[in-house]
Design a binder for this molecule. Structure first.
Ligand code: AHR
Length: 630
């Protein structure tokens, strides 16, 4: 007997259920979403970022035309105190071709023959004016684009030029040559494609931005992950270091063994969220670093487990200032800084996360409580998301929930990376969550693989997130993007290199759910014969989107046999008789390995539907049946 769904009794579920988790790991920012083509443009790399690195990493001294002189990294008279290193080029004889320096980019620079590129540099020249040549070269030294300018006698001055290449290559180098004798200080040597996502200056990579936008996420969490709390107090992400003119930002070691230029900083994150229609969800550290590791913060001291109590008020003020930066009027102190960056209107921040998967120690508890109470008192309109430590169970998880209960934290962040089978077996995890406690943000989850089978097990779990959308307020697969060859974490949702963006099969599952979200849930609309066990290979959900009136069924089969599903949508009135059907199916071991080898893509067609209809569910498949509410 099929229970009758009752439109009137649909359960309201979160409107912000499916979003994305962006962390700067695996070159997600520099060398990734951030469109800058020059690596180490400000000469701020150090061995602390990566043992093999120094301020001249990714650069080479160029004296091709029999010129001579020298080049050195200096810090005596920088462009800005926050940006201490620059190069000093001493040209004693410019030779036939000039002397200068070459940047090799992130695995080379992808230059498109039809593209246009914006070059910029800061130069200090205390001597005579010097003619400069900027070239795009192939690895063999063939010039495929060029521009010229004159480095005037001047203190630090910014020069900009456009380059229109005559040919394209995926491995170009940028060469800057001085063609006159003298001494030049150079810093912030930069090259951007003009074609950034939405065309912003200091912008983001168009193809990656597009792939992320196509997920239609309801929210975007940033900038991490562990990046947020760092691996020592001194490595805690400080949002104030990441706004303002890029040459004045404070660069930072990346916990994932590389560097953060912070060119993609808080302004750019907020702007990207706005561009893709995702609610921004910044996460700040709970004044402790990763697993409460020691370190220093501002006034020093080593081995501190958390920011010292002397500095807590300043830290809390930073968090409150972040809300002013996002939401304050352009006349407020931080709102004015946002406005100066080109965005006088607020960014409409509704959520803020405090803490990331922290060990729930006394140091954490004391600091989290202080920040939580201060932010709540000052900004009751912002929903605070706390943390319940590493999940899905364990002492930190228990302790985290205890704090959440005591403080009545509105939402808490759970994280888990488990096997595909775990996701099937735990499909009922949230069915028994107490609805009068904190809601859940499942901020990080993945099933440890990028095969269709992994993706389907995640899809089955996502039907349970919808079923529990009254207590699971938000969910985001993690991590989002990773540069092939530079991964610090696997699996990821999207892989990329300089030329390609490769959405995984998991990406298509996320997309199918994300673009087909509803705001009420209906039980018992889809029935399978034999769906009695908790670890069933079958799962289904039914949601309705009140905006369109559309009713959306998601049916997942992680098993090897075709199954019949009986759907009953007779309680919904006025539905169309032809539905759209999207199916992701295939070999359970298949992955989307490269741009030319995308094995598994959703296939869309139409399906004739009646108030009651049977649907033959293919083996290893995720089907989304969307019935228009007219
Ligand atoms: O997503 C990768 C990492 O997993 C995150 O940085 C951290 O929060 C979790 O342990």
């Amino acid at each position: 007997v099929i229970a009758q769904p009752n439109v009137a009794k649909g359960k309201p579920i979160s409107k912000d259920l499916f979003g994305i988790f962006f962390e700067d790991l695996s070159y997600a920012a520099d060398g990734g979403l951030y469109a800058e083509l020059v690596q180490n443009r400000s000469f701020e790399y150090t061995p602390a970022d990566n043992k093999a690195w120094n301020p001249f990493t990714a650069w080479q001294y160029v004296t091709d035309g029999f010129g001579y002189g020298s080049i050195s990294v200096e810090s005596a008279a920088p462009l800005h105190v926050n940006n201490p290193h620059y190069v000093l080029l001493n040209i004693q004889d410019e030779g036939q071709k000039g002397i200068g320096l070459k940047n090799t980019g992130f695995d080379g620079m992808v230059i498109k023959s039809a593209g246009k590129y914006n070059f910029s540099v800061f130069i200090k020249n205390e001597g005579k004016a010097i003619p400069m040549v900027v070239q795009l070269q192939t690895t063999k030294g063939v010039v495929i684009g060029e521009t010229t300018f004159t480095a005037d006698k001047s203190t630090w001055k910014k020069y900009t030029a456009n380059i229109k290449p005559t040919a394209g290559t995926d491995t170009a180098h940028l060469v800057v040559l001085a063609k006159g004798k003298g001494k030049l200080a150079l810093d912030m040597i930069s090259l951007f494609p003009q074609n950034t996502y939405k065309g912003h200056a200091n912008g983001l990579r168009a193809d990656l931005g597009e792939a992320i936008a196509n997920l239609k996420p309801k929210f975007m969490r940033f900038p991490g992950g562990c990046l947020v709390h760092g691996d020592g107090i001194a490595n805690i992400y400080n949002w104030k270091n990441t706004v303002g003119p890029i040459e004045q930002r404070v660069e930072q070691r990346n916990i994932w063994n590389y560097h953060q230029s912070v060119g993609l900083g808080y302004f750019e994150y907020f702007q990207f969220c706005e561009d893709i229609g995702a609610k921004p969800l910044p996460v700040v550290a709970a004044a402790v670093s990763c697993q409460n590791s020691g370190g220093t913060w501002r006034i020093g001291g080593t081995g501190q487990k958390g920011i010292s109590m002397d500095e807590m008020q300043a830290y809390i003020q930073d968090v409150i200032d972040l809300i002013e930066y996002a939401n304050g009027p352009a006349t407020s102190h931080w709102g004015a800084i946002r406005a100066a960056a080109g965005h006088p209107k607020p960014f409409n921040l509704q959520y803020i996360g405090i803490g990331n998967e922290d060990k729930i120690t006394p140091e954490f508890t004391e600091r989290f409580t202080m920040i939580y109470k201060a932010v709540k008192a000052k900004h009751p309109e912002v929903t605070i998301i706390g943390t319940v430590g590493p999940s899905p169970a364990g002492p930190d998880y228990e302790a985290g929930w205890k704090i959440a209960d005591q403080l009545a934290v509105p939402v808490v962040d759970e994280h888990y990376y488990e096997s595909p089978e775990w996701f099937l077996k735990n499909n009922n995890r949230y069915d028994s969550y107490n609805r009068s406690h904190s809601k859940v943000y499942l901020g990080e989850y993945a099933s440890r693989g990028n095969t269709l089978y992994n993706a389907l097990c995640e899809a089955a779990y996502m039907t349970a997130l919808e079923r529990n959308g009254d207590v699971v307020h938000m969910a985001s697969y993690a991590p989002l993007i990773a540069r092939a060859g530079h991964t610090s974490w696997n699996p990821n949702l999207i892989y990329f290199n300089g030329t390609e963006v490769i959405p995984t099969v998991n990406y298509y599952v996320q997309q199918l759910f994300s673009v087909n979200q509803g705001d009420s849930y209906f039980a018992n609309t889809v029935k399978f014969a034999g769906l009695n066990t908790k670890d069933s290979t079958l799962a289904a959900s039914c949601v309705r989107d009140s905006q369109t009136g559309d009713v959306i069924l998601k049916i997942v089969n992680t098993g090897a046999t075709t199954v019949t599903a009986n759907a009953d949508v007779s309680a919904f009135k006025g539905l169309a008789s032809i539905a759209s059907l999207s199916i992701l199916s295939g070999d359970p071991k298949a992955k989307n390995a490269s741009i030319s080898d995308k094995n598994i893509l959703p296939v869309t067609s139409t399906l004739k539907v009646n108030p009651k209809f049977m649907y033959s569910v293919p083996a290893y498949s995720c089907s989304v049946i969307r019935i228009s509410g007219k």
